[in-house]
Design a protein around this ligand. Sequence first.
Ligand SMILES: Nc1nc2c(c(=O)[nH]1)N[C@H]1C(S)=C(S)[C@@H](COP(=O)(O)O)O[C@H]1N2
Ligand SMILES: [Mo]
Length: 304
Amino acid sequence: MLIRRPGDILPSEITPKDVFLNRRQFMTAAAGTALLAGEAAAALKGIPSRYSASEQPNSRKEITSYNNFYEFGTSKEDPARNAGSLKTRPWQVVVEGEAGKPKTFGIEEILKLAPLEERIYRLRCVEGWSMVIPWVGIPLASLLKAVQPTGNAKFVAFETLNDPKQMPGLASRVLDWPYREGLRMDEALHPLTILAVGLYGEVLPNQNGAPIRLVVPWKYGFKSIKSIVRIRLQAQQPATSWNLAAPNEYGFYSNVNPAVAHPRWSQATERRIGEFLKRKTLPFNGYGDQVARLYQGMDLTRFF
Ligand SMILES: Nc1nc2c(c(=O)[nH]1)N[C@H]1C(S)=C(S)[C@@H](COP(=O)(O)O)O[C@H]1N2
Ligand SMILES: [Mo]
């Protein structure tokens, strides 16, 4: 069994010995103010969340050197090579739209909304590879609730920074920039959905979407939008970059589903980075116990 119930998980089972949250780095780079000491300290304990996978995480090297971040180039090595030009402080995130209290947050304010947690999640890329990543973050719900969504807030739209001076990949028209993603409100409020600000207990490397990126572990990796600057609550389903690029290949939902093939390849198996033999892909990437109910009654071949 890949996902276990809260009481079944022993911290020693799922936190490898070398996963220690680096107190000093978090406080200086991510926090910067004494006020954040509490949050940073909570993270430092490395209390593994009840939502964590019980598998061995990929190495930090794997997680930070094999990336998709088209704003820095389309090959897997490009983000690690090129993302140094991204300036992640100061950083603001506009949260607007169907909200009683829309607000532009500085990154430090977002870090104060909830204690940082470690979440060890599988990430399944639509191209057929996967990794296990020890993220550090807060539930997306804690940010959304802070702006008081109205009754018309049915969806959440996200946008990545769109600055050609910092992002050399924007010069090529591979996607319709800015990179855009979206979730239905219930998906966005689900406790598995997080905003990650770190990994392996340290501040998020630029190539992984610093300073703040979404992680939705039951969906294909492209839903987990990086370097977010704008979040909009809205009544209509938002347009998303990959759906705009190839609507027959990438749907709005993009739930990991071994039974629904991509038009050009099967989604039944995946290669875990660092392994040779392929694994079977699990429905909802193994998180079905927790999320399948969100899609009850929906035809998942139609809403792919
Ligand atoms: N802004 C932006 N976000 C993005 C992407 C991108 O190209 N641009 N790539 C996506 C894809 S396809 C994947 S698989 C994940 C990869 O995240 P990682 O590099 O941290 O593993 O980021 C997603 N988020
Ligand atoms: Mo991906």
